[in-house]
Design a protein around this ligand. Structure first.
Ligand SMILES: O=C(O)CCC(=O)C(=O)O
Ligand SMILES: [Fe+2]
Length: 370
């Protein structure tokens, strides 16, 4: 299988506005370097996005890009046999147009291959579902190592953030137990080239504005297209892909656990800029989520830092007002509401959202429309 090397793609242009991200060195984090741990804390509590270099998952990532491409190239009828369905299950194949991308019910233009961590770790016994032979055959050589290594990276980062929150060792990890059933998932994403989707407008989101459901996302981009909403503005800015630098971001669950101190940031995927738009875009991510039975609540009892933040109300945290139930329930509710088949107007789209401020997205949509 030919590899789509980075240098076969046009470079990310220099003349589009980008949002800089801090670069965190995973090797230094592993070595316990205090300056690097501070850098991670600052990134996680400010923008909630950072690059991660020296993560050690480069080979598995490259192999999964190739596998993802081979999977997406299967006939649609074959992929549709694995479609995730409308009940909130999120493992298998998600066809383009099966999620809504905004509150008006605009269809998304992304395909996902979602491989459950539980199926990977229990291989060869399925926990949630089975996968097409092409994918199942690659579990031992590509997918198991990718998932295992990604889990370690995210757990290592979570451990540092837990320590910075003043939690005892292991407390935050115990909310993300790998041996428990969870929504942790490895995802391959494909969006069409400009030619492949002439109906898609320049500014249209291929993957709608959102924050991630879980705790930490470990993302690999080759082409541009990922954009973050610059905080306090209405400007969507590209994140420049850097070779062998993962992009990490905070999800809603960690935001809730930390009493709002650890930040997520709204993001979306649009067509890659300029000459890159002639290419289909593939990206990969591994999402670490709390295991299904964990109740989503600020961890005031476990962390004096969270307790102080909650007591003084220094961070506006809507999550305190609402009983969000368990991580498993929350995920199913949000995913169900994202499915096009379940769309029943503005409220249904809003119901899929987590803790993010939807007002910001609608303001931006208005700006674009004018
Ligand atoms: O493809 C990307 O760069 C981002 C994907 C993403 O945000 C997601 O799947 O949650
Ligand atoms: Fe995301």
């Amino acid at each position: 299988m030919a590899s789509t090397a980075n240098d076969a793609l046009p470079p990310f242009p220099d003349d589009v506005p980008t949002h800089p991200l801090p670069v965190v060195d995973y090797a230094r984090i592993r070595a316990g370097d205090e300056t690097e741990r501070d850098k991670l804390w600052n990134a996680a509590t400010q923008l909630g996005f950072w690059y991660l270099k020296n993560h050690g998952v480069e080979d598995e990532m490259n192999a999964l890009f190739d596998l993802g491409k081979a999977f997406m190239g299967l006939p649609l009828e074959e992929k549709m046999q694995y479609e995730e369905g409308d009940d909130g299950m999120q493992f298998g194949y998600k066809a383009a147009g099966y999620h809504t991308a905004d509150e008006h019910g605009t269809l998304d233009a992304t395909e996902f291959l979602d491989i459950a961590k539980d199926d990977v770790l229990a291989y060869p016994t399925p926990v949630h579902r089975t996968y097409p032979p092409l994918v199942a055959d690659a579990f031992p050589s590509i997918i198991i190592p990718f998932v295992q290594k990604s889990l370690v990276v995210n757990h290592t980062l979570l451990g540092v953030l837990g320590a910075k929150l003043g939690m005892a060792p292991g407390v935050i990890e115990a909310l993300h137990k790998t041996e428990e059933r969870s929504g942790c998932v490895a995802r391959v994403i494909r969006t069409p080239s400009k030619e492949g989707a002439p109906e898609v407008l320049e500014e249209q989101a291929l993957l709608g504005a959102h924050t991630d459901f879980g705790s930490l996302s470990f993302l690999h981009n080759r082409l541009g297209g990922l954009q973050v909403l610059a905080p306090g503005t209405e400007n969507w800015l590209y994140v420049r892909p850097l070779p062998d630098h993962a992009i990490c971001n905070v999800g809603d669950a960690l935001n809730i656990f930390s009493g709002g101190l650890i930040r997520f940031n709204m993001h979306r995927v649009v067509a890659p800029p300029k000459a890159q738009s002639a290419y289909e875009r593939y990206s990969l991510s591994f999402f670490t989520r709390p295991h299904d039975s964990v109740v989503l609540r600020p961890l005031s009892a476990e962390s004096p830092v969270v307790a102080a933040a909650v007591a003084t109300g220094q961070v506006g945290l809507e999550s305190q007002q609402e009983d969000r139930g368990t991580a498993g329930e929350w995920l199913v509710r949000r995913l169900r509401n994202l499915r096009t088949a379940n769309y029943h107007g503005v409220e249904s789209y809003r119901d899929h959202l987590g803790t993010e401020d939807y007002g910001k997205i609608t303001q931006v949509a208005t700006t674009v429309a004018m």
